[in-house]
Write a protein that binds this ligand. Structure first.
Ligand code: BTN
Length: 338
């Protein structure tokens, strides 16, 4: 009995607070009286006042005018995990872990998975001090962007894991398109580019046996609102942010929720029919049919990106007409701009 009451109360508090936010947002520049909010939410005016104080503490600007009520003047540029959590019926609602600062969401995701964290667990950080990129690189992770990892336990062989990363890239690019209208392209395997500059990267780590994945962590980093000067010079030249592309600040909570919704759908598709994921990736890719240079595994290959195979590997046609299949590497588009 005590346990039930103990777990129900925070949920009620969270819903009311989010409901107040919804009402203040939809009122736009109008004031909404405390009595009206209390009536709509079925709580006391004192409860409304307490929620308003909590929201102010979280960085919302709320103007309170006697006899008029409350009006929202500013939303904080912080991820609002409880709003992300409210995604109904999504694999990723219910297991959100939010951190102001950690070393790496992927590292924590792997640790939690090893301890039995359920599929659908999401680890989010505002800042990473040891962000990890592909091929052992560092992912510089200042405030203002999205850094998150999701725990998956796909019932497939490890060879299929790269397709999950491709699925993640499709999800991120689709969410960017849906929330901002910007068309981003995917450079093999999973760099997301806007006008040729990188806006998002994905890193998959997993624990597996030869024929079975125990758990897999898919990490996503999206450059959103950061000042590009926070990046080292060499990285900065090839990077962009969603804010730079749209000319306005990104609501990271909305974008994150959108990516999780796309991931939910993409993962179901992956489990049903992997070919559909590959087709979706091909529809968004900016690599196939281009002259490319691929570096990795101690060699640089030049050729035409012909296709990807059923495991997501890049099929490269070399100058002498022979085909090479590339599992990992960095692709540079040789001719023209992406
Ligand atoms: C790349 O090199 O393109 C992959 C970058 C992946 C970065 C993300 S940020 C969230 C997650 N946590 C990490 O440490 N890395 C991934």
């Amino acid at each position: 009995m005590t346990g039930r009451r103990g777990s129900a109360a925070p949920e009620t508090v969270r819903m009311s607070k989010n409901d107040i936010l919804q009402h203040l947002r939809s009122a736009k520049s109008e004031h909404v009286s405390g009595a009206e909010l209390a009536r709509r939410l079925g709580v006391s005016r004192t409860a409304v006042w307490k929620h308003i104080k909590t929201l102010e503490h979280e960085g919302y600007g709320i103007e309170a005018v006697p006899s008029k009520g409350y009006r929202m003047t500013k939303e904080p540029d912080r991820i609002r995990p409880s709003e992300v959590n409210d995604l109904a019926g999504n694999l990723f609602s219910g297991h959100i872990r939010y951190h102001a600062e950690i070393a790496s969401t992927n590292t924590l995701g792997m640790e939690l998975s090893a301890k039995g964290a359920p599929e659908g667990t999401v680890v989010i950080a505002e800042v990473q001090t040891g962000g990890k990129g592909r091929l052992g690189r560092h992912w510089v992770s200042p405030a203002g962007n999205l850094y998150f990892s999701v725990v998956l336990r796909p019932p497939v062989a490890p060879q299929q894991a790269p397709i999950i990363t491709l699925m993640g890239a499709v999800a991120a690019a689709s969410a960017i398109k849906k929330t901002t209208g910007i068309s981003a392209g995917i450079k093999w395997p999973n760099d997301i580019l806007i006008e040729g500059r990188k806006v998002c990267g994905l890193l998959t780590e997993m624990s597996a046996e030869v024929d079975r994945i125990r758990h897999l962590v898919l990490g996503v980093g999206i450059n959103c609102n950061m000042d590009l000067s926070a990046l080292p010079e060499d990285v900065r030249r090839q990077a962009t942010t969603v804010a730079e592309a749209t000319g306005r600040m990104v609501d990271r909570t909305h974008l994150l929720s959108a990516v999780l919704a796309e991931l939910d759908q993409g993962y179901r598709e992956f489990l049903r029919d992997r070919q559909r994921v590959l087709d979706a990736w091909k529809a968004l890719n900016v690599t196939i049919g281009r002259a490319v240079s691929v570096s990795g595994a101690g060699e640089i290959l030049q050729g035409m990106a012909a296709d990807i195979d059923s495991e997501g590997r890049l099929m490269l046609r070399l100058a002498d007409g022979t085909m090479r299949t590339v599992t990992a590497g960095d692709v540079t588009i040789v001719k023209g701009q992406v």
